[in-house]
Design a binder for this molecule. Structure first.
Ligand code: FMN
Length: 319
C-alpha cells in the first residue's frame, strides 16, 4: 500500500487521481476510479450546467467514496462553481487561469481545493488561492497545458510549495510513472490519457482505439482545435492531441484558419457529429505508448498501484 499525504488527506487507498477530462471523465468513470481506491474527478470542462448536473448526480449515486469535480478556471463563473459545490464534492480542481477568485468560495464550502499549474509562478498563485493540493502538469500531458517537462517541473514545484501536497501529471500511464512521480517528491499522480482508454470513459470507441494504436510521436501540441471551435484560450496554453488530417492541414497556418473560421467552424462541428476523427480532436498525451487496451478503470488503478509498489521495493534493493 502506498500511503502518502494525498491518501491521508482524502482517506483513499491509492495515490492515483483521475484527471477531470472534459467530456470524457463522466460520473461513471469518476465513480469507478473512486470505488477502486483512487480519487475520481468529473471533468466539468467549459461548464455546461446540464451535463455537469447529470454527471455529478451519477457519480454521487455510484460511489460512497471521495470524489471531486474539475473546472476550467478562465471559462468558469461563480454560478458554475456554486452548482458544482451544491453536489458536495470532496474536492474541486481548478485548471488554467488564476484560481484566486474562487479559492475562498471552494474552501468556505468545506471542500478541498486542487489547482493544476504549469510552472512555478502558477504554483505560487495556487498557494495564494489556498490550494490544498497542487498538480504540476508537464507538457507531455494530453489536453491543454504548456511547455515545461514533467521530470524537471515536479521537483521544482515541490521545492517551491513544501509542505503543500503536490501531484505529478503528464505522461504517467503505468506504475513505473507513478513510482517515478513519488521519487520526484510528489504525493501521487493525476492521470488522464490512460483512463480515456477505459471502458467507463465517455468518448467515442474509435477515439479510444486510436489512443491504443498511437505512439507518443503521433501526438503534438497545437492551438488549431481551439481556433476552429472559437474558444478564447489565453496564453500560454495550447493542447496535446493525436495528429490527424486537420492538424496536418492547419498547424502553422493558424491565422489563415482564423480568417475563415466561420466556414471551418461548421465543417468541424459536422465532423464531430459524424465522429470523423481525421478532423475532430482526440486529446491525448505522450504516454500513449504505454496503453495497450481498453480496460475497466478499476483494473487500471489496481495494476498501477501494484506495479508502483513493486518498483519502489525493487528500487530500494539496489546496491
Ligand atoms: C481527453 C483529455 C481532456 C482533458 N480535459 C481537461 C479539462 O477539461 N480540464 C483539465 O483541467 N484538464 C484536462 N485535461 C488535462 C488533464 O487534467 C491532465 O493534466 C492530463 O491528462 C495529464 O496527462 P496525461 O494525459 O498524460 O495523463 C485533459 C486531458 C485529456 C487527455
Amino acid at each position: 500500500m502506498l500511503r502518502t499525504a494525498l491518501t491521508d488527506m482524502f482517506g483513499i487507498e491509492h495515490p492515483i487521481v483521475l484527471a477531470p477530462m472534459g467530456g470524457v471523465s463522466g460520473g461513471r468513470l469518476a465513480a469507478a476510479v473512486s470505488n477502486a481506491g483512487g480519487l475520481g474527478l468529473v471533468g466539468g470542462g467549459y461548464g455546461d450546467s446540464g451535463w455537469l448536473s447529470r454527471e455529478l448526480s451519477l457519480v454521487k449515486s455510484q460511489t460512497s467514496h471521495p470524489w471531486g469535480v474539475g473546472l476550467i478556471t478562465w471559462s468558469a463563473d461563480a454560478s458554475i462553481v456554486d452548482l458544482a459545490l451544491g453536489y458536495r464534492p470532496y474536492a474541486v480542481m481548478l485548471s488554467f487561469g488564476d484560481p484566486r477568485p474562487y479559492g475562498s468560495i471552494v474552501k468556505a464550502a468545506g471542500c478541498h481545493l486542487i489547482c493544476q499549474v504549469q510552472d512555478v509562478a502558477g504554483a505560487r498563485l495556487a498557494l495564494e488561492a489556498g490550494a490544498d493540493v497542487i498538480v504540476a502538469q508537464g507538457t507531455e500531458a494530453g489536453g491543454h497545458g504548456a511547455g515545461r517537462s514533467t521530470l524537471a517541473l515536479v521537483p521544482a514545484v515541490v521545492d517551491a510549495v513544501t509542505p503543500t501536497t503536490v501531484l505529478a501529471a503528464g505522461g504517467i500511464a503505468d506504475g513505473r510513472g507513478l513510482a517515478a512521480a513519488l521519487m520526484l517528491g510528489a504525493q501521487g499522480a493525476l492521470i488522464g490519457t490512460r483512463f480515456y482508454a477505459s471502458k467507463e470513459a465517455l468518448g467515442h470507441p474509435q477515439a479510444k482505439r486510436m489512443i491504443v494504436d498511437a505512439r507518443g510521436e503521433d501526438t503534438c501540441r497545437t492551438t488549431v482545435f481551439d481556433v476552429v471551435r472559437k474558444l478564447a484560450w489565453p496564453q500560454p496554453y495550447d493542447g496535446r492531441a493525436l495528429r490527424n488530417g486537420f492538424v496536418e492541414r492547419w498547424r502553422g497556418r493558424e491565422e489563415e484558419l482564423a480568417a475563415q473560421v466561420d466556414t471551418q467552424y461548421h465543417v468541424y462541428a459536422s465532423a464531430v457529429q459524424a465522429a470523423d476523427h481525421d478532423v475532430a480532436v482526440v486529446w491525448a498525451g505522450e504516454g500513449v505508448d504505454l496503453i495497450n487496451g481498453i480496460e475497466p478503470a478499476g483494473d487500471i488503478v489496481q495494476r498501477m498501484a501494484t506495479e508502483a509498489t513493486d518498483r519502489l521495493r525493487w528500487g530500494g534493493r539496489l546496491a
